[in-house]
Write a protein that binds this ligand. Sequence first.
Ligand SMILES: NC(=O)CC[C@H](N)C(=O)O
Length: 356
Amino acid sequence: MQIDKPVRLILDDGTIFEGRSFGAESASAGEVVFSTAMVGYPESLTDPSYLGQILVVTFPLVGNYGVPDNTFTDGISNFYESERIQVNGLIISDYSHEYSHWNAKKSLGEWLKENNVPGIYGIDTRELTKLLREKGSMKGKIVFKDENEIEFLDPNIENQVALASCKEVITYGSGKKKVVLVDCGVKHNIIRCLLKRDITLIRVPWDYDFNQLEWDGLFISNGPGNPDFCEATVQNIRTAMQGDKPICGICMGNQLLSKAGGATIYKLKYGHRSHNQPVKMVNSTRCFITSQNHGFAVSNSSLGADWEPLFINLNDGTNEGIKHKTKPFFSAQFHPEAASGPTDTDFLFDMFFEKL
Ligand SMILES: NC(=O)CC[C@H](N)C(=O)O
């Protein structure tokens, strides 16, 4: 039986958790956040929205189904949400050194090592999560030697979107309707979901002036970090909003569309990261169980006169989407593309497509 190397997670408040290493033996720092999703670690770890964060998975056993291969079709990953692992570290309770799945090509530990990302198991993730719920998301660092091995890092004071976004315009498909996708760190399943419809997709960098292009609809992606760094995107959306063409956004996209409409954004204490967030569609009795991963939220009370909330979170009453009262503009704070998580709200892609 192998004995894995001891490793520590040190939080900003001085709390220390000791565990064993199953990933890269390299120190790392970031914002420590927790997800209560029970499955989906390949998708979560490659979701660019997690850039700069150390992810705590509360489900007690992780790694038992291994990791799929990183293969691509027409520039889109077949099984991942981006080209690589995006988190700065992974914290779990029990690691399954054995894995078994028809699609597995390697173990989670091997994959973390390949990507130079540390992973810790043997942590009391319940205690850690309770702490993060009480004190809020915190800065943390993973160290192998002494605690000065690396500095704390706050990803929310840097422009993470600029790091996650594509650097040039990429076109996919040859469908009838032209849709501009503003890439703030887009999950590949948003691209897959859009391309299932009769769409030509023009993926552009986060600060690209897409108003100079010809398009039928505008889609604003998810993305990491603090939306305040995306003023360039907000300005471009504002210009697009002078017209009447459909605009849709997901997660960061909800926050940027809201900002373009004049609303304000604030940071949630510990965010929403799970597969079972209940949201209610406003002015209806319809509820959906949604996949979520966000730390910031739109202030409902700050929405301008032309806007109204589209969805509300039933756990805490926070905003989960907005809608323009007269124009075809709407967005969701949760993830209708899932990957991973429930696909119940996939109809939002149809709602957008029908307006094109
Ligand atoms: N998934 C996302 O797009 C997250 C948006 C933003 N970075 C937040 O944490 O709120």
